[in-house]
Design a protein around this ligand. Structure first.
Ligand code: K1U
Ligand code: ZN
Length: 174
């Protein structure tokens, strides 16, 4: 089932998410819905707060090249456990901030620990777009958006644009 994606500004996008303590079927359905919603958008990642659920769950698949084998990942309680000193710059986007892109500098490599939908523990080093995306998604779980890395004036301009967009969308619906 597709879930509606919240658009910034929304208080649910600014709140920290809670750790998952009990891997229920409801959460497995949420992970599956989030992957469907992410592919449909289309996007390469999605965090539970973006669909209004304040649990530590993210999904991602950064195999976006034509013909690449999909690699859908659902991560419960993901944590960055190590970062490289080397950084990389990527022009990021966000499904909660449509049609806005800006360069963000982050560690080029990160080691992430998480639990899968069956409760199995995983640890992996991510590089390239995977590293950028997993950090962007884990930021969502702390109520942090990629525009929080930008200068205040730029952030303010983007927020005003999004307020306008939300107003227009609400008017179209009515
Ligand atoms: O968190 C999100 O809102 C998803 C976001 C993830 C992301 C993108 C770029 C850098 C870091 C994190 C997106 O997926 S935005 C859409 C996007 O980047 C994309 C869409 C279609 C094909 C390829 C990329
Ligand atoms: Zn995002």
């Amino acid at each position: 089932m597709l879930r509606p994606i919240l658009i910034h500004p929304d208080p649910r996008l600014k709140k920290p998410a809670s750790p998952v303590v009990d891997l229920s079927d409801e959460l497995r359905v949420l992970a599956s819905d989030m992957l469907e919603t992410m592919y449909d958008a289309p996007g390469i990642g999605l965090a539970a707060p973006q669909v209004g659920v304040l649990d530590r769950l993210i999904v991602l698949d950064c195999e976006k090249e034509e013909g690449a084998t999909p690699r859908p990942l659902a991560m419960f309680n993901p944590e960055v456990i190590a970062t490289s000193d080397e950084t990389s710059v990527y022009e990021e986007g966000c499904l909660s901030i449509p049609d806005i892109y800006a360069e963000v500098t982050r560690p080029a490599e990160v080691e992430v620990a998480w639990m899968d939908a069956d409760g199995r523990a995983h640890q992996e080093v991510f590089t390239g777009l995977w590293a950028t995306c997993v950090q962007h998604e884990i930021d969502h779980l702390a109520g942090k958006l990629f525009i929080d890395y930008l200068k205040p004036l730029k952030r303010q301009m983007i927020t005003r644009k999004m307020v306008k967009l939300k107003r227009e969308r609400a008017r179209e619906k009515a």
